[in-house]
Ligand binder design. Sequence first.
Ligand SMILES: Cc1cc2nc3c(=O)[nH]c(=O)nc-3n(C[C@H](O)[C@H](O)[C@H](O)COP(=O)(O)OP(=O)(O)OC[C@H]3O[C@@H](n4cnc5c(N)ncnc54)[C@H](O)[C@@H]3O)c2cc1C
Length: 383
Amino acid sequence: MQTFQTIVVGLGAMGSATLYHLAARGHSVCGLDQFSPPHRFGSSHGETRITRLAIGEGAEYTPLVIRSHELWRQLEAKTGEKILHQVGGLVIANRHKQASHGVQDFLQRTIDTAQQFQIPHEVLSPAELKRRYPMFQLRGDESGYYEPSAGYVCPEKCLAVQLQQARQLGATIHVNEKLVSLQQSGDHIHLQTSREEYRAENVILSMGAWGPSLLPQPQQGFFQVTRQCLYWFEMEDMACYDPSRFPIFIWLPDRLIDMIYGFPAIDGPYGGIKIATEQFDETTTPETRRFDPDRAEVNRMTELVREFLPSVKRYLRGTSCLYTSTANFRFVISQHPEHSRVWFVSPCSGHGFKHSAAIGEALAQSILTGKLDEKISGFPFPQ
Ligand SMILES: Cc1cc2nc3c(=O)[nH]c(=O)nc-3n(C[C@H](O)[C@H](O)[C@H](O)COP(=O)(O)OP(=O)(O)OC[C@H]3O[C@@H](n4cnc5c(N)ncnc54)[C@H](O)[C@@H]3O)c2cc1C
């Protein structure tokens, strides 16, 4: 039986950050994953994730993303790898409809949060929005919020760098090994995987869409897993979408769809731009989910995108990814209901990546001090 102070199960955005920060503090830590991250089966793939500092979903998230940006900059300086691209970010909303990730008045909340934390930003009038971004088919009554420090993070590279650094700092990493069961007896947890038995003082379950299966009812029922498709399109005028001219965007229109978001042409004039929406009608499981979008989905999405960005030329490629959401889209970072030394961590409600580095650091601190860091103390299981 192998023994560690802490075992982190699941090495996606959350687990790889936690493993790295525990290893950086000289902790005896092992990371386990059923696959070999980064991979395309969970929630941390697709080349880009939006990051922004003024968090419309709740001002309490802003300290986390501010810290994540600092941590990624430190990691970049240490490794020479580029993870965070601050190309600017735009939120567009029509004043009649502005709900996103469970919050009303998303645009105004974003502006309020920027003011509260003194985050540099501009509020764009409908006319200014139209003038600056002629590539969008605007109705004329939308307003905008522009944040220069927003942009995108490269998820696959972020995971790979965190894992490689964790390994260098002494973490043990076992991939292609699946946790099958765990049991707390006294002060220790016994884990059974598809290969071995382990014993640890603390366990972190950062298992993404697979996580709820290790919870008892009713906690399991608080989560729903949905398949979300990501699409890359070639545009007629690709030069307009260069990152030097085109920011990441989140658009909450009052027609056709709740939200549409996208990224600049990060791979040059031939790579296309990534655009996506969200859907919560059809739930799935990690075992039964479908992968790439089918022809009907591609056709529907192409027509939809044309309504907002009329210069769509053709669909290039697509993939899908899993959201694990609670009803109000809040994260869950809490002790396991049945095992006091097991932590359940799920920031995967469609906006978790940007906070993952800071959550990983705060979790590592919490394990070392035995006290939940206040940055992550506001995310209990829903009641
Ligand atoms: C389409 C999409 C778009 C998104 N866009 C954004 C965005 O723009 N900005 C943003 O901030 N966030 C965004 N998010 C959310 C963000 O990506 C997630 O919050 C984050 O990636 C979740 O990471 P995770 O570590 O919880 O899960 P995962 O990355 O899925 O990691 C879980 C890991 O656990 C492993 N595992 C599971 N079960 C076991 C087991 N039994 N034994 C061993 N290993 C196991 C899995 O193999 C996997 O590697 C988006 C998510 C999706 C799906």
